[in-house]
Write a protein that binds this ligand. Structure first.
Ligand SMILES: Cc1cc2nc3c(=O)[nH]c(=O)nc-3n(C[C@H](O)[C@H](O)[C@H](O)COP(=O)(O)OP(=O)(O)OC[C@H]3O[C@@H](n4cnc5c(N)ncnc54)[C@H](O)[C@@H]3O)c2cc1C
Length: 269
């Protein structure tokens, strides 16, 4: 089984984000592996471990996990983290022409490398913590013509039957959905608890293959991606208004009534 895990490098969630003109300043801040993509990788590792003769991921498992990323060259740091968690190899698509790519361009690039990779499963996080559109997995499935099992908080893989079955919570209950390989899956953070890279994993990750390819190497024309080709444009950016002071309720006998009045005013009750 060949599994691709799509991972993105994003600005550290704990640092204050700034805009650089109409786009997020991604270069001036610390960058990390998108938290939510760690759950996608953890799920891939668990699938391989459950189907490995040795119970472990890695070359002896007979299965392969490849990390896929589109981003600047420094995204290799995020990929090394994924490799240290247990992925076998990583591919970064990096090219100056990709700057300003919107979701359509991003999905075009990722779908191109997935289509030629012979993958059975593609596993993504549910969203990136910077742009938060939650659209890439569906766009990948559409571009590839594959089934999609999105937002599944429980996943079962039947390797013999080449099927994936997932459970997805909706407003009215839990849906059970299934699809034959190849399939694009996205997983939320309640699906598992990602492992920390071990010392052995960190040391071993330095020897694992991490390939960087430019657009020409994946046969995508530079003018079909990046800012000029993007369908969406950020027209205006407005900073979030500063937090206003809270209201202090001093209980002099009518504190309860004051709280109820406040909640009514806010339309909470
Ligand atoms: C006009 C415009 C200009 C932009 N310019 C830039 C720019 O210059 N640089 C920039 O970084 N972003 C830029 N963006 C944001 C970029 O388009 C999105 O970050 C990207 O398309 C993915 O969408 P998302 O982050 O909302 O992913 P989501 O759909 O929320 O992500 C879901 C999952 O898809 C996978 N995924 C998402 N993105 C990637 C990726 N790049 N590689 C691998 N897996 C991925 C991950 O598994 C992730 O958990 C721009 C957006 C717009 C609208």
């Amino acid at each position: 089984m060949k599994i691709a895990v799509c991972v993105k490098q994003v600005p550290d969630s704990w640092v204050e984000k700034k805009m650089d003109g109409q786009v997020l300043d991604r270069l001036g801040v610390d960058a990390v592996l998108n938290d939510l993509d760690e759950y996608a990788l953890e799920e891939a590792l668990r699938i391989v471990e459950a189907n490995s003769p040795t119970g472990a991921a890695g070359p002896e498992s007979g299965h392969e996990i490849t990390l896929l990323c589109m981003g600047p060259e420094r995204a290799t740091e995020a990929l090394r983290k994924g490799l240290s968690m247990g992925a076998d190899s990583a591919l970064l698509i990096s090219d100056p022409a990709l700057a300003g790519s919107d979701a359509l361009s991003t999905s075009l690039v990722l779908a191109q490398v997935i289509a030629s990779g012979g993958f059975d499963l593609v596993i993504c996080g549910t969203e990136s913590t910077d742009a938060r559109m939650s659209v890439i997995p569906a766009m990948l499935a559409e571009r590839l013509g594959w089934a999609q099992l999105t937002h599944v908080h429980k996943l079962d893989i039947d390797l013999a039957g080449s099927t994936a079955q997932g459970a997805r919570s909706t407003e009215i209950g839990v849906e059970t959905i299934s699809a034959h390989f190849p399939v694009v899956i996205s997983v939320p953070d309640k699906i598992n608890v990602p492992r920390y890279p071990s010392f052995k994993g960190i040391m071993g990750s330095k020897k694992k293959p991490l390939v960087i390819k430019a657009l020409g190497e994946i046969e995508i024309e530079a003018d079909s991606v990046g800012a000029p080709a993007s369908w969406s444009t950020v027209r205006e950016v407005t900073p979030r208004p500063p937090k206003s002071k809270g209201i202090k309720v001093v209980d002099t006998g009518d504190g309860g009534n004051q709280l109820v009045a406040f909640l009514e005013e806010q339309r909470v009750i």
